[in-house]
Design a protein around this ligand. Structure first.
Ligand code: NAD
Length: 360
């Protein structure tokens, strides 16, 4: 592997995006020092920053960069400055455009609680201690994309329509991603649907069961979404990998992220046909942008996911995660996770502390 070069498209975006991405990219030079693998980072404009520069939230040059990259790292997009714009040029269009053009159909959100941050969870310690869940959400299909859609007027009354549609092929490809991940973890997969009411999700359930024949080493359980929402609060430790539709995944992954109590800590990956994209789960946090107080850890952990999933560098990914753990154990805290008696640091110092420990 030494001597190999990977191309990474880096899109800092808006708000705190540039601050947190600046910390995360430092990880690559440490990995190069340790492994001899080179990373060529190319920075591009997306979101509001891109709109300001050229009137397009996803300029052709940035899309080209993403399509030619081995992986994409994104900060966050959006902010009040662009809220009055037409939907077609809103910063968030950049995310949808990248998802579509890179065919990013699988969104992976790990939900883990660091022992040293357990007090930050709104749930009781014994409920959240040791949870380690991977949520696999289908990202390019389902009710968010199904047609017909829209609001029309029928007999003088407005009627809203959205369509929940999934083809067998779409279900099978996300199922296989989830089974492969479960196989590399603790071997337990829970598929979440609403098969008692929605025919589309009965098909989802059937296809999951059929695919399970190729993964006899993984135990598959089906769960209704309402029950899953409850179980995530009652006993989150029962879950290893959860796979679900776009809409259910959107809601359940936000619910699950709150188990940890700290949005600034959680990374994500979106995988598909081309390069995978890695980003923190939070947004551009305009309320704290430019003040060196944002937590860069979610973005740093997104790089750890990239090292593991895009480049197979498991050991390096583990070192990044352990470095974060050590920094927390040593008492360093950004403002969002600060507790009495801890050491309050800024975005840059937090990044430096983590990077120092990766190379140590
Ligand atoms: P947000 O995630 O940006 O912020 C929610 C709250 O969490 C804020 O109080 C913020 O200060 C805090 N926060 C978020 N990240 C943090 C971090 N790393 N460290 C410390 N605190 C952090 O969500 P929002 O306020 O609803 O949205 C703000 C903008 O971000 C909107 O324009 C929205 O459309 C956009 N957004 C973008 C993405 C993305 O780029 N993937 C995702 C969600 C929201």
């Amino acid at each position: 592997m030494a001597g190999k070069t990977y191309r990474i498209a880096v899109f800092p975006g808006d708000g705190i995006g540039p601050e947190i991405v600046a910390q995360a990219v430092k990880v690559f030079s440490v990995v190069t020092e340790r492994t001899g693998i080179n990373f060529t980072l190319e920075e591009g404009l997306v979101g509001g920053a891109a709109y300001d520069a050229c009137g397009d939230p996803l300029p052709a040059a940035s899309l080209e960069m993403a399509l030619n990259a081995d992986a994409v790292l994104l900060g966050a997009v959006g902010g009040p400055k662009w809220e009055a714009l037409d939907y077609s040029v809103r910063p968030e269009r950049a995310l949808l455009g990248l998802r579509e053009k890179l065919g990013l159909f699988a969104n992976l959100r790990p939900v883990t609680v660091f022992d040293d941050l357990i007090e930050a969870s709104p749930l009781k310690n014994h409920i959240v201690r040791g949870i380690d869940i991977m949520i696999v959400r289908e990202l390019t299909g389902g009710v968010y994309f199904g047609k017909p859609r829209g609001v029309k007027t029928e007999k003088g009354m407005r009627v809203g329509i959205n369509t929940l549609v999934y083809s067998e092929e779409e279900i099978e490809r996300i199922a296989r991603v989830a089974f492969e991940i479960a196989r590399q973890r603790r071997g337990n997969l829970v598929s979440v649907d609403k098969a008692n009411v929605l025919e589309t999700t009965q098909l989802w359930r059937d296809v999951l069961t059929e695919v399970s024949g190729d993964y006899r080493d993984v135990s598959l359980k089906h769960m209704y979404v309402d029950n899953c929402a409850m179980q995530l609060i009652r006993d989150p430790a029962q879950f290893d990998v959860i796979v679900t539709t776009n809409l259910f995944g959107d809601i359940l992954s936000d619910e699950a992220s709150m188990l940890t109590g700290s949005i600034g800590m959680l990374p994500s990956a979106s995988r598909g046909r081309c390069a995978a994209m890695y980003e923190p789960i939070h947004g551009s946090a305009p309320d704290i942008a430019g003040r060196n107080i944002a937590n860069p850890v979610a973005t740093i952990l997104s790089v750890a996911m990239m090292l593991q999933y895009s480049f197979g560098l498991k050991e390096e990914a583990r070192r990044v995660e352990e470095a974060v753990e050590t920094v927390l154990r040593s008492g360093f805290r950004t403002r969002d996770i600060f507790q009495e008696g801890m050491l309050l640091v800024g975005t840059e110092e937090m990044g430096e502390e983590v990077v120092k420990r990766i190379s140590a």
